[in-house]
Ligand binder design. Structure first.
Ligand SMILES: Nc1ncnc2c1ncn2[C@@H]1O[C@H](COP(=O)(O)OP(=O)(O)O)[C@@H](O)[C@H]1O
Ligand SMILES: [Mg+2]
Length: 640
């Protein structure tokens, strides 16, 4: 039980994690934008439409026609009243009815056109953005993934691309429609009576301004409530997944308090949003009512002078009442644009991040990695001034098996990360076959390396597909041969559907050990020249470990291998064992040589041995003294 706690990742209090995450997200969302930046981003957003300008032109024309027809209909109403009803002229009514009908039909056709075009355009913009980002994410270096909560970022990016394409389609549709509608209405009003039109044109900006304010606050509160909601979901998730930790540490009450704070936050935000929404329309209506009052009052005097007809007054009243909708649309688009710009900025920022590790100009393809590999006084840091490796020097011959052991944080993974060129040295050089490996293309290095990590990663799909991922053109027979080498074949055939068994999302339907065997098979299929295992056996039971061990040995034959392991049984057979401490080689040699030295390795070995015996005979681990825990800290953690 105790060991499981140490091996789980819940070192932090569970809720502090999502608190941190959500604060970070809030910080992203609430970033302030300078006007200049906004204009720049807006220009870039509009630039996304460039490749599709024909579609854009098409739907803009359609939407403009649709909206001017709307204004025209109100004008036709006026004519029906003035020319038909007032003058009792049925012929005029019939004539106008025909015009009405014809324009309605045309409008229907144009509505179809713009809805269709906007839909297609939205999809295209999203497709472009997602493709660009996906491509870019694949290019980004590991350092980027280490520094950014990429899972969340990707989730954001998918919703961000949605929001940007929404702005570019429906945002453009709505605002074009609204602006056109207001403009054409004003033109018709001016034709009817320019003095009254002047009154209306003063009122409209006030309405738009008030509406925009409202929409902005409503949107903010909705977002607050949605954010609180996702935090609540997060809290559920974390607490349920970490339920054992929560219980063991007696954190139920404290968690409940935090949970209550969250729900209160959500309640308040939703309450404010509802309150503002309810207030919004009446307020705009009151402003419109003032305008209506002014029109009816002033218009009445104009009727007497004969400057306006009854139909004219009626038309003004309709225009003004109807204008609520374009005004509301404009306000909404305006409020949403601000957030879409923030979304676009996140997208552009991601798209603009250059990968740290990339091909140098004039890089050539590495022919083979099977040759001498040399670290020459390599220095490395992840963060400025926090050196992980200093003057690390190592020479490895083709086909050698190198084992790396030592305390957690010593730099073992860093060494293999550099070797794989997931990161590049900050100082010194790494040479492969006598040549700086930066002279080679990344692709030619990466496709000759096979890696098995502590947490195997499978993709959803069948067992066969997952193994084939190692070499896409491998035949079924080759896949199975690789599985046999890795020792995965025996368990795969016991699955319901054998090789065709679906392994579930990220392989969740399999045990860790089984996933590990499949990832070994995948590595075996790829026939790498350089083989790397980073604590591949650390989180599996001893039985599976023995299986993996066998697979590993088959895999390492004829290749240069780097193995990081805590089980000494795994590394005993290596050609050379390096004890890595503080980014340096504290000791190196074969198992026997190092034992004779009676140094770090000797201590590690004897303690581990004792530990294994103690575990086997059920001796309490608590009796183990603390100094030992420090040395082999993670071998204690990962032992089950
Ligand atoms: N992505 C990273 N960003 C910053 N520091 C890191 C990163 N990865 C590892 N480190 C730090 O580098 C040191 C060496 O880590 P690592 O190579 O993973 O050690 P080991 O594999 O021996 O446990 C540690 O101090 C660790 O905290
Ligand atoms: Mg490590």
């Amino acid at each position: 039980m105790r060991d499981e706690f140490f091996s789980s990742s819940f070192i932090l209090h569970p809720s502090s994690f999502w608190n941190f995450m959500s604060n970070e997200l809030i910080a992203i969302e609430e970033e302030e934008h300078t006007a200049q930046l906004t204009a720049q981003t807006l220009r870039r957003i509009l630039g996304l439409l460039k490749p599709h300008w024909k579609w854009v032109a098409g739907f803009l024309v359609a939407i403009m026609l649709v909206s001017s027809f709307d204004a025209y209909f109100t004008y036709l109403n006026k004519q029906i009243i003035d020319e038909g009803i007032e003058l009792k002229n049925p012929a005029a009514i019939i004539r106008i009815a025909w015009i009405y009908g014809a324009f309605l039909l045309m409008q229907a056709a144009f509505i179809f056109v713009f809805v269709y075009l906007a839909g297609v355009l939205g999809e295209r913009v999203q497709y472009d953005l997602r493709k660009t980002l996906f491509n870019h994410l694949q290019d980004l270096s590991l350092s980027y993934y280490a520094q950014n909560a990429v899972g969340r970022l990707i989730a954001r990016v998918t919703s961000d691309t949605g929001r940007v394409s929404e702005l570019l389609t429906w945002g453009v549709v709505d605002s074009t429609w609204a602006i056109m509608n207001i403009t054409t209405s004003l033109i018709f009003m001016t034709v009817i009576n320019w003095r009254l039109a002047l009154i209306v044109s003063v009122i409209i900006p006030i309405m738009v301004f008030v509406a925009a304010r409202f929409q902005k606050y409503i949107l903010v509160e909705f977002r607050n409530s949605r954010r609180a909601n996702s935090n609540i979901t997060g809290a559920y998730n974390e607490n349920i997944q970490g339920v054992r930790v929560v219980k063991a540490l007696g954190r139920e009450d404290a968690n409940l308090v935090e949970f209550q704070q969250l729900t209160t936050k959500m309640y308040r935000a939703s309450y404010r949003a509802a309150w503002l929404s309810a207030l919004f329309l009446p307020t705009v209506q009151i402003i419109a009512a003032f305008a209506l009052g002014a029109i009816v009052w002033y218009g009445g005097t104009q009727i007497q002078i004969g400057l306006i007809t009854i139909g004219g007054i009626q038309a003004f009243v309709s225009y003004l009442t109807f204008m609520m909708w374009p005004v509301q649309d404009l306000a909404r688009v305006y409020a949403e644009t601000q957030h879409s710009i923030a979304s676009a900025e996140r997208i552009f920022k991601l798209a603009d991040t250059p990968p740290d590790v990339h091909d140098r100009s004039g890089a050539i393809a590495a022919e083979t990695l099977l040759g001498e590999i040399e670290f020459q006084q390599v220095g490395f840091f992840y963060e400025e001034r926090k050196s992980v490796l200093r003057d690390f020097t190592l020479k490895v011959n083709a086909g050698e098996t190198i084992a790396l052991v030592g305390p957690t944080g010593g730099g073992k993974s860093t060494i293999v990360n550099l070797l794989c060129r997931f990161y590049e040295p900050s100082k010194g050089v790494i040479k492969i076959n006598g040549r700086d490996y930066m002279d080679y293309t990344l692709e030619s290095i990466h496709n000759k390396i096979g890696i098995v990590l502590q947490t195997p990663h499978l993709f959803s799909g069948t067992a066969r597909e997952n193994i084939r991922y190692g070499r896409l053109n491998a035949t079924d027979a080759e896949v199975e041969a690789a599985a046999k080498i890795a020792g995965a074949h025996d368990f795969i055939v016991t699955l319901d559907k054998g090789y065709e068994q679906n392994v579930g999302e990220s392989g969740n339907l399999l045990s860790v050990g089984q996933k590990q065997l499949i990832s070994l098979a995948r590595a075996a299929l790829a026939k790498p020249e350089l083989f790397i295992m980073d604590e591949a056996t650390s989180s599996v039971d001893t039985l599976t470990e023995a299986l993996i061990q066998k697979g590993m040995e088959a895999l390492m034959k004829g290749r240069t291998s780097f193995v990081i392991a805590h089980r000494l049984s795994t590394i005993r057979r290596a050609n050379r064992i390096l004890v890595i401490e503080d980014g340096r080689i504290a000791e190196q040699g074969t198992h026997v040589e190092l034992l004779k030295l009676r140094g770090h390795y000797y201590r590690l070995y004897t303690q581990q041995f004792r530990h294994e015996l103690e575990a086997a005979y059920g001796v309490a681990e608590d009796s183990v003294d603390d100094s030992r825990k420090n040395v082999t800290a993670d071998s204690v953690m990962v032992k089950r």
